[in-house]
Design a protein around this ligand. Structure first.
Ligand SMILES: [Zn+2]
Length: 459
């Protein structure tokens, strides 16, 4: 058993496709509890034209990509082009290297020696960990155009392959692995001054989003539901509009697929797709849905008008479920559910790791969230720790990304273990001390045999 698994791990980083198909069947009857984790470094593809061929966010209603591929942040410093996707991938690979000591049959003692610097490990567990993508492309638009569908392995959403059948994008691939935790690693070029590294990326629960719909429909007056919750940190696409204006636009988009302009008018030529139908999982609408959707009939689930849209079907049942509220509401941070706890806890472990390893992390802090209807935290069927590690334009951040990747990776790996098993943390006056508490995964059991995480694919 051990040897077999080791063999698989050698190919994980380069052959994700093979791996994700085989491993769920491969779950060993192990003496230790087994968990599945995906390390998901952002981006990796390139932005090239035409969008019709190289874009992302494929919409089968219109038969086209709705977006150009988003290659992530980049900044040229003294002639060197520093790229988000490379840094995220490098940190991801280093994290996997540490996590693989926790794999079935691996030398757990090696992991223990690293992690016991932080506190007392609760117990031995096995973690099967994989990456969500291969190493990124180094762009050269001219040659890339001639070499086929280069963005294939990096797309977020499903897409038509060369034979016209749908291939899995990153969300479908990740969900097919049925992970318990997905760690999405990003960094950005710059941020508003009130966003200090490191910032989480959170999607609110259905009940919070529903308040926005009620407000748009005039069934709710006053903005206290927004201003007095973590939703006040709503992501602003540009500063010409207030956070609340962007919030209302995103609410419309979440329920109908259509955003709103600053006067709350539906932007009819900017359809953003029915995202739950743009991936492969158990929560898509019935076959033939796209024919119904194409006419956007009023008073249906495909209406373009927030006033009469009627969210119905398996996806919206999922949104209303108690499991989604566990993932996205309340919890150990007081907001944002297990997604928020996992994100902040891993950030705390990163900061603690930098400190433990002699790197002053004074300038780094546990920052406020970017809140929006983000795709990954909603459509990944796992606890999603998702963060912007920092900002390329900030010199101190940049130095840490480039010089302290091992320390960051160690923080992430130990954090992942801690979320799954728990670490008894010592007393320490460090400001951003991790809590060390494991996530209550048992409450995601939908039956004695099946968890919510398993149910994503095969029911
Ligand atoms: Zn990014």
């Amino acid at each position: 058993m051990g040897k077999r698994h080791k063999k698989f791990f050698l190919i994980t980083t380069s052959a994700f496709f093979l791996f994700f198909i085989f491993i769920p069947e491969y779950m060993p009857r192990n003496e230790f509890p087994v968990f599945r984790v995906v390390i998901d470094p952002g981006h990796g593809g390139i932005k090239i034209q035409p969008r019709l061929k190289h874009g992302d966010r494929y919409d089968s209603v219109s038969g086209t990509y709705l977006d150009d591929y988003r290659p992530g942040a980049a900044l040229t410093v003294r002639g060197n082009k520093i790229k988000e996707h490379n840094i995220a991938y490098s940190i991801g690979q280093k994290t996997l290297k540490i996590l693989q000591y926790t794999a079935p049959g691996a030398d757990f003692g090696k992991f223990e020696r690293i992690a016991k610097k932080y506190g007392l490990l609760a117990k031995r567990i096995n973690i099967i960990s994989i990456t969500s993508r291969p190493g990124g492309l180094s762009e050269n638009p001219d040659t890339a155009q001639e070499t086929g569908d280069v963005n294939g392995p990096y797309r977020i959403f499903d897409y038509p392959d060369s034979r016209g059948s749908m291939a899995y994008g990153r969300i479908s691939k990740i969900n097919s692995f049925k992970p318990h935790i997905v760690v999405s690693i990003h960094l950005a070029e710059s941020a508003p001054s009130d966003y200090k590294a490191v910032n989480t990326i959170l999607a609110p629960s259905f009940s919070h989003l529903l308040n926005g719909l009620y407000y748009l429909r005039g069934n709710k007056t006053g903005r206290s539901f927004f201003n007095n919750s973590y939703m006040k940190d709503w992501f602003v696409e540009d500063e010409a509009r207030t956070p609340f204006s962007w919030f209302l636009s995103d609410i419309s988009q979440y329920f109908t697929g259509y955003p709103l302009d600053e006067n709350r008018k539906i932007i009819q030529n900017n359809f953003r797709g029915y995202r739950h139908n743009m991936i492969h999982w158990a929560y898509t609408d019935e076959p033939g849905w796209d024919k119904d959707a194409a006419v956007h009939a009023g008073y249906s689930r495909y209406s373009m008008n927030y006033k009469d849209v009627s969210p119905a079907g398996k996806f919206w049942d999922r949104e209303r479920s108690v499991y989604e509220s566990y993932r996205r509401d309340g919890g150990m941070e007081g907001f944002g559910g297990d997604n928020a706890y996992a994100s902040y806890e891993i950030i705390r472990y990163i900061l603690y790791s930098l400190k433990k390893n002699g790197r002053s992390a004074d300038k780094l802090t546990q920052g406020k969230p970017y809140v929006s209807i983000w795709t990954l935290p909603i459509y990944l069927n796992a606890i999603n720790a998702y963060f912007e590690l920092g900002y390329l334009r900030r010199k101190t951040d940049r130095k840490i990304f480039l010089e302290n990747q091992n320390e960051i990776a160690e923080g992430i790996a130990v954090g992942v273990y801690s979320l799954l098993a728990g670490i008894d943390m010592p007393k320490d006056d460090f400001t951003h001390m991790p809590k060390g508490k494991r996530i209550d995964l048992e409450r995601y059991d939908v039956s004695s045999e099946k968890s919510y995480f398993d149910a994503v694919w095969d029911n």
